[in-house]
Design a protein around this ligand. Structure first.
Ligand code: URP
Ligand code: ZN
Ligand code: ZN
Ligand code: ZN
Length: 483
């Protein structure tokens, strides 16, 4: 048999090993790894290159509506194209349920936007903003069975947040179905108290976004999220952890035997609150939640990456244009930080930043890099055929030039925003050729593949899930009984 493709003489890395081998691909699948594998229709010479599983970014926001006339800077075409150029082959965007909306309705809207537009595979998480009895009792269990096996809940944002009773209800459904719950941990009431105080004294500039969301609001909410998960007895994912105090809550919960998964993002390694203090509202470019903090928090996040506190390194790509009335500088955003949309772009720069700052600088091993950026995302979120270079896996592969020197410039990126928070950052290492299901999508930095090559992937249950036949103690739990 002649293979479709042979990647020859590269250094293959997985989450557990680094070795020299050829990789053979047939019908979109990795079919052999070794030496002298035989003939192929197409050969890629990977001498002096790394052959890594394509990045999986399990935390991105694309085409997410946010009211107020604000428009997200990426649709599925630009968002997945940018992801692809950054060495990713799967992204996991969120499907936001608006209040009163059924989850199926929300999903069909997002599927309509994504269909035929994607350069990478995609797989949706749900965001629950309205966990009604029908949603928790019928809809969500059916969707979990259909492969939507994870969901996010918010403790912050006025229009998205759930109260504790609602979160308990969601977690209870997760316990019955095996869905994995992700929590955005910031205490909305405490934030609103501080926002009111800041606005009252005229402190409305972007820096106030950081001072109204101090570490205490994240620490408290993290403690509450892991505690609620302990009460219901479910695993929980704490997303976008920004500092050492929140990490300490996660360590303490794990010390009690809890299954807590933790994620951090490039912004918490590379940015600080000082970036929000730019001239002429430039600070709006760095407004995201939780906010970037200080050097000590950055150092704590690095320790967390080195010492296995973190399982996931994601971008939380949530792009808005800066100089745009529909973006960061919308008319109300210019009046107060409260109206600056939260989120920053980063899906294309996530992997090069961690590779350069982490692997090249000797803070983490290449194996750990692969685990943090691909393998762990696949296992935790049930992408059974992705996340490793192994026989039987999808041939989703990123070939890296580990010595390539680049200066990050927005002009060279492929997203729909008009800036990058990392402008001018010098990095070593970049993915230069990217394969999706054995198809060459990017070759030597040039786009070869077509949009629509990426499709939606239904997922298995998380490797952490243990669905139970019956609910914990109250039959089908309705949060309204506690509200
Ligand atoms: O500021 C952020 N992180 N925006 C994206 C939404 C979220 O909370 O993840
Ligand atoms: Zn969030
Ligand atoms: Zn997010
Ligand atoms: Zn616009």
């Amino acid at each position: 048999m002649a293979y479709d493709l042979l990647i020859r003489s590269g250094t293959v890395a997985t989450a557990s090993d680094v070795f020299q081998a050829d990789v053979a691909v047939h019908d979109g699948t990795i079919v052999a790894i070794g030496r002298n594998l035989g003939e192929a229709s197409r050969v890629i010479d990977a001498t002096d290159r790394l052959v890594l599983p394509g990045g999986i970014d399990s935390h991105v926001h694309i085409s997410q509506p946010s009211g107020d006339g604000i428009v997200m800077a990426d649709d599925f075409e630009s968002g997945t194209r940018s992801a692809l150029f950054g060495g990713n082959t799967t992204v996991m965007p969120f499907c936001l349920q608006t209040k009163g909306q059924s989850l199926r309705e929300a999903l069909s809207w997002y599927h309509g936007l994504a269909e035929g537009q994607c350069y990478t595979d995609v797989s949706f998480h749900l965001i629950l903003t309205d966990p009604s009895a029908a949603v928790l009792g019928q809809e969500l269990p059916a969707l979990v069975a259909d492969g939507y096996t994870s969901l996010k809940v918010f403790m912050t944002y006025e229009d998205l947040r759930l109260n504790d009773a609602q979160i308990l209800g969601v977690m209870d459904t997760a316990r019955r179905t095996g869905a994995l719950v992700m929590v955005h941990c910031e205490n909305e009431d405490a934030i609103r108290y501080l926002v009111n105080a800041h606005e009252h004294r005229g402190d409305v500039r972007p820096l106030a976004h950081a001072t109204t969301r101090p570490t205490a609001v994240e620490r408290e909410a993290t403690h509450r999220a892991v505690s609620l998960a302990e009460v219901v007895n479910v695993p929980v994912v704490i997303v976008h952890v920004s500092n050492g105090e929140a990490i300490a809550e996660i360590r303490a919960a794990r010390g009690r035997g809890r299954k807590v998964v933790a994620e951090t993002c490039p912004q918490y390694l590379m940015l600080t609150a000082k970036d929000l203090d730019g001239m002429d509202w430039e600070g709006a470019k760095f407004v995201c939640s939780p906010p970037p903090r200080d050097e000590a928090a950055q150092a704590a996040c690095w320790v967390g990456l080195e010492q296995n506190d973190f399982d996931l390194f994601s971008s939380d790509h949530c792009p808005f244009r800066y100089d745009d009335p529909h973006g960061k500088l919308n008319p109300r955003g210019r009046q107060s930080f409260r109206h600056v949309p939260n989120g920053i772009p980063g899906v294309e720069t996530r992997l090069p930043i961690l590779f350069s700052e982490g692997v090249v600088k000797g803070r983490i091993t290449l194996e750990r890099f692969v685990a943090l950026t691909s393998t762990n995302h696949a296992r935790l979120y049930g992408l059974s055929r992705k996340g490793s270079i192994a026989v039987g896996m999808d041939a989703d592969i990123a070939i890296w030039d580990p010595k390539a020197k680049r200066t990050i410039r927005h002009a060279d990126l492929h997203d729909g925003a008009d800036y990058t928070p990392y402008e001018g950052l010098e990095v070593t290492g970049w993915p230069t050729t990217v394969l999706l299901g054995g198809k060459i999508m990017v070759e030597n930095d040039a786009l070869i593949g077509t949009k629509g090559s990426g499709t939606h992937v239904a997922r298995a249950l998380s490797s952490l899930a243990k669905p139970l036949e019956t609910s914990f103690n109250v039959g089908t739990f309705h949060p309204t009984r506690l509200a």
